[in-house]
Design a protein around this ligand. Structure first.
Ligand code: IPM
Ligand code: MN
Length: 366
């Protein structure tokens, strides 16, 4: 198979982790006889510095003409500490999601058994948890009308959803549930918000088309509590943009670390794959970032955009094997991890990539 993959390293640790994701994709191409052609584009602070625009036209054109996108992260502390700045790295990410029609963000939360001790949650609560979030990505308060009034002393953002936006992601969530445990938990705040009442009504309608799927509706505050109290009670979680943003950071603790969580953004055409973590400037350049989220994002890319199931599973197996052998990055190490097993970003990428080669050579010999 011949495919073009565009890498958007972005800011901070984005560059370090996407380099590992790419390395693993190259290894897969070599082992399975595919041809992946890579190109690069700029986004975020990086793009503002070089072009003044967080999503330059040139980047957008490349993204519209590629088969899949591997994205790192955007953000820079300079902007976080100065709310008056008008041009911000995150605008690049939001515009890209909108322009490419990436309305469904899939965030699988699954704990590798080896990391049971890495989480701050008790192992007996976590064991067996396996949740797939469908976070809506191109609507909500992220894209609603916003502004200032009253002499700049009042600010507002609008939470807004239209029926078609809820319908299209709801269908995706229900279809996914049919391939899992046949349960969808739709999360909203329908006891207070009008947009949530529309959300709930539309989900109830869509649910009728999937009689084999159990649907439950939960308020976001209760869902935040339940996620930590009993994560195993969830299968597919369907929610809006803002609630999904917050709940998936919370849920990352179920997977041991933010450094473990991959995501896929899909919609009209091209798919985009990215860790759920941010640019992490506090550790940028130190070579200690966990590349597993980017590598697992590459696994999602192979499966969802290219339909390469075996290749995707090989990457996941390679991650599993590496963890079984005791290798950790700093964020997922615990007191029992031997010092020589704590790896930096690049070495961890190399170990996984080698593991891919070992797994495929064993399979071939069978
Ligand atoms: C995420 C991030 C982004 C979001 C930021 C960087 C705009 O937190 O992908 O979860 O809020 O969607
Ligand atoms: Mn987030």
């Amino acid at each position: 198979m011949k495919k073009k993959i565009t890498i958007l390293p972005g800011d901070g640790i984005g560059k370090e982790v996407t380099a590992c994701g790419k390395k693993v994709l190259e290894q897969i191409a070599e082992c399975f006889g595919h041809e992946f052609v890579f190109d690069y584009a700029v986004i975020g602070h990086d793009a503002i510095e070089s072009t003044g625009d967080p999503l330059p036209e040139e980047t957008l054109t490349k993204l519209k003409n590629t088969d899949a996108i591997l994205f790192g992260a955007v953000g820079h502390p300079k902007y976080d500490n100065d709310p008056t700045l008008k041009v911000r790295p995150e605008q690049g990410l939001l515009k890209m999601r909108k322009e490419l029609g990436l309305y469904a963000n899939l965030r699988p939360i699954k704990l590798f058994d080896e990391l049971l001790e890495a989480s701050s949650i008790k192992p007996e609560i976590l064991r067996g948890a396996d949740i797939l979030f469908f976070r809506e990505l191109t609507g909500d308060v992220y894209f609603g009308e916003r502004g200032r009034k009253n002499n700049n002393e009042t600010a507002y953002d609008t939470m807004i959803y239209s029926k078609f936006e809820v319908e299209r992601i709801a269908h995706k969530a229900f279809k996914a549930a049919q391939t899992r445990k046949n349960k969808v938990t739709s999360v909203d705040k329908a006891n207070v918000l009008e947009s949530s009442r529309l959300w709930r009504a539309v989900v109830q309608e869509v649910a009728k088309e999937y009689p084999d799927v159990t649907v439950e509706h939960m308020f976001v505050d209760a869902a935040a509590m339940k996620l930590i109290q009993n994560p195993r009670s969830f299968d597919v979680v369907l929610t809006g943009n803002l609630f999904g943003d917050i709940l998936t950071d919370e849920a990352s603790q179920i997977a041991g670390s933010m450094g473990m969580l991959a995501s896929a953004s899909v919609g009209d055409k091209v798919g985009l794959y990215e860790p759920i973590h941010g640019s992490a400037h506090d550790i940028t350049g130190k070579g200690i970032a966990n590349p597993l989220a980017s590598i697992l994002s590459a696994a999602l890319l192979l499966d969802i955009s290219f339909g390469l199931k075996e290749e995707s599973e090989t990457v996941i197996k390679a991650v599993e094997k590496t963890l079984q052998e005791g290798y950790r990055t700093k964020d997922i190490a615990d007191s029992s991890t031997a010092l020589e097993k704590i790896l930096g970003t690049e070495v961890m990428g190399n170990v996984i990539s080698n593991q891919v080669r070992i797994i495929t050579s064993i399979d071939v010999n069978r």
